[in-house]
Design a protein around this ligand. Structure first.
Ligand code: DP6
Length: 394
């Protein structure tokens, strides 16, 4: 993998979905949150970023290509990640690291997603986690990478681990204790399933960075949430995960998503990320659960209208049938279900009646079925490098 000229590594990193949401920073420069958060890392078989980082004495400048297009490397968050990794590399070198390649070598980075950016799925978490991980491998850094990833995008530090991950907000002004930690590995809850309902939407939403800062500046509800609500919810969510208590996990996941969207409405001017389809999915979930007399399915929404559904494996076929009944797929030849296979199940007349939904054809474009998965990986095969021996995209 290493040559005298160029050293390249290729890594992959996952997307994560928060079940206790991060919304609001106490330090915008260091990206320090006003509350802790907890997420589920999604499996990379369905959603992942792949990044190659290469360093060489011959490179004259840092360069980056995202999904095949060269991007501006002077972008402040990217610069913060590069500065931080070089600081760690220098620290390690002066502590006796053997690596002959110096931290001052310039880097070329190429990154691609295996899912369409247009789907509106948060890609910055996987992207910055993958960047941090690949930079660490290429510069030979063994430290905790929370800060490197976090400086790219707050939620990215949670994508550094698989399974169930908490981002502890920390107390220190320098952010050294604002770190991500694994609560449980993905193998801990093998029956858990995640369905991403990709909703058709016309316009781009307010970005999370701008949205959450406006909320910090104007929403009293957000302050109350961070100080008085989230600490107890974090403890309860850790319990739900450890005990694999799906009904309690599901209810808390829905309540926390709803409270996040309530703080958005409490922001001035208000922000709304949910659309009519999102609200219909919420209604479908609640009616499905009340028909069964228990919480079998839960929803969560981030800064956009797509619904993320959590459930257990044996509930997936019936819930998917309910989704298809309420949101009949468009007959455009594209598969409605992507990812993990699901055995089709009929929908009982009793459940159909309980849902009492007017069908909304085409309102859900497709569904990605996935599960909890592992953290970042290093790919050993040089064939998989996105950069050639000249350090340019292949
Ligand atoms: C709603 O991590 O994208 O997805 O730190 O400004 O880059 P920045 O924000 P970002 O915010 C994610 C917000 C969220 C909730 C969550 O993932 O916890």
């Amino acid at each position: 993998m290493a040559s005298a000229q160029l050293r390249a590594v290729t890594c992959t990193a996952p997307v994560n979905i928060a079940v206790i949401k991060y919304w609001g920073k106490r330090d915008e420069e260091l990206i320090l949150p006003i509350n802790s958060s907890l997420s589920v890392t999604l499996h990379q078989d369905q959603l992942k970023t792949t990044t190659t980082a290469a360093i060489s004495k011959a490179f004259t400048e840092d360069r980056i290509w995202l999904n095949g297009r060269e991007e501006d490397v002077t972008q402040p968050r990217l610069q913060a990640c590069l500065r931080e990794i070089r600081r760690l590399a220098k620290k390690q070198k002066s502590a006796g690291g053997e690596d002959p390649l110096t931290p001052s070598y310039k880097v070329h980075v190429a990154s691609v997603n295996n899912f369409p950016t247009a789907a509106g799925l948060a890609s910055s978490a996987a992207g910055y986690a993958c960047l941090a991980y690949a930079l660490a491998r290429v510069y030979g850094v063994d430290d905790d990478l929370s800060e490197v990833a976090r400086r790219g995008s707050g939620s990215a530090c949670r994508s550094l681990y698989g399974g169930f991950v908490e981002w502890q907000m920390g107390q220190q002004a320098d952010g050294k204790d604002s770190v991500a930690r694994q609560v449980a590995p993905e193998s801990h809850w093998p029956e858990l399933r995640v369905l991403i309902l990709v909703v058709s939407a016309e316009k781009k939403q307010t970005g999370s960075t701008v949205g959450m800062q406006t909320s910090v500046d104007t929403s009293a509800l957000l302050r109350f949430r961070a100080e008085k609500v989230v600490p107890a919810r974090m403890a309860e969510m850790v319990r739900c995960v450890k005990e694999r208590d799906f009904p309690a996990f599901g209810q808390l996941t829905m309540k926390d998503s709803n409270q996040f969207h309530a703080t958005c409405l409490d922001t001035f001017p208000p922000i709304s990320y949910l659309n009519d389809t999102s609200r219909r999915v919420m209604q479908l979930v609640h009616r499905f659960n009340s028909h069964h007399g228990q919480t079998k399915v839960a929803y969560s929404f981030d800064a956009g209208p797509n619904a993320v559904i959590f459930t257990l494996d044996h509930t997936v076929p019936e819930f998917l049938a309910a989704v298809k009944h309420s949101f009949p797929p468009e007959a455009n030849g594209d598969p409605f279900l992507k990812g993990l296979p699901v055995t089709p199940a009929p929908l009982s007349d009793a459940l159909k009646a309980a849902l009492a939904m007017e069908p909304s054809p085409g309102a859900i474009k497709y569904v990605i079925a996935t599960q909890a998965g592992p953290g970042p990986q290093t790919l050993d095969n040089p064939q998989e490098h996105l950069l050639g021996p000249d350090g340019l995209p292949k």
